[in-house]
Design a protein around this ligand. Structure first.
Ligand SMILES: [Cu+2]
Length: 125
């Protein structure tokens, strides 16, 4: 009896924990868009559902295949700085990406620190 009462109290206490609105950034759109094929891009833009914390938001670009090369090991594209402003991450590439397939791996946190991450791919023709 006593034990049952405690169990009920515990259940009520757990269900009373307020649902905190944890605002995780979601990727809303990107250029190039996911799973598209584009002409040699010189910029990458990711737009999120909310403002981002610049210090912990960014992206990596990895070339996953290129024409005429079998067994292309994942090759990180270097030499750029991701700019984070408001709800976007923008990369201005010093050179257009050559033909091949690419994977963008992004990490983003909202201003309240809730982190998120994801990836998508596109092709350059
Ligand atoms: Cu390559």
């Amino acid at each position: 009896m006593h034990r049952n009462a405690l169990a009920v109290i515990a259940a009520v206490a757990i269900s009373a924990i307020p649902v905190i609105a944890l605002a995780q950034p979601h990727l809303v759109a990107s250029t190039p868009a996911a799973e598209t094929s584009v002409e040699k891009p010189t910029a990458i833009t990711l737009r999120f559902s909310e403002k981002l914390a610049p210090a912990v938001s960014g992206l990596d670009i990895t070339m996953t295949a290129m024409p005429g090369m079998a067994n292309h090991a994942p090759m990180k594209v270097a030499g750029f700085t991701a700019q984070v402003a408001e709800n976007t991450i923008t990369v201005a590439l010093p050179r257009a990406l050559p033909a091949g397939t690419y994977s963008i791996t992004w990490r983003a946190a909202g201003l309240d620190g809730q982190p998120a991450q994801g990836d998508f791919g596109f092709a350059v023709r």
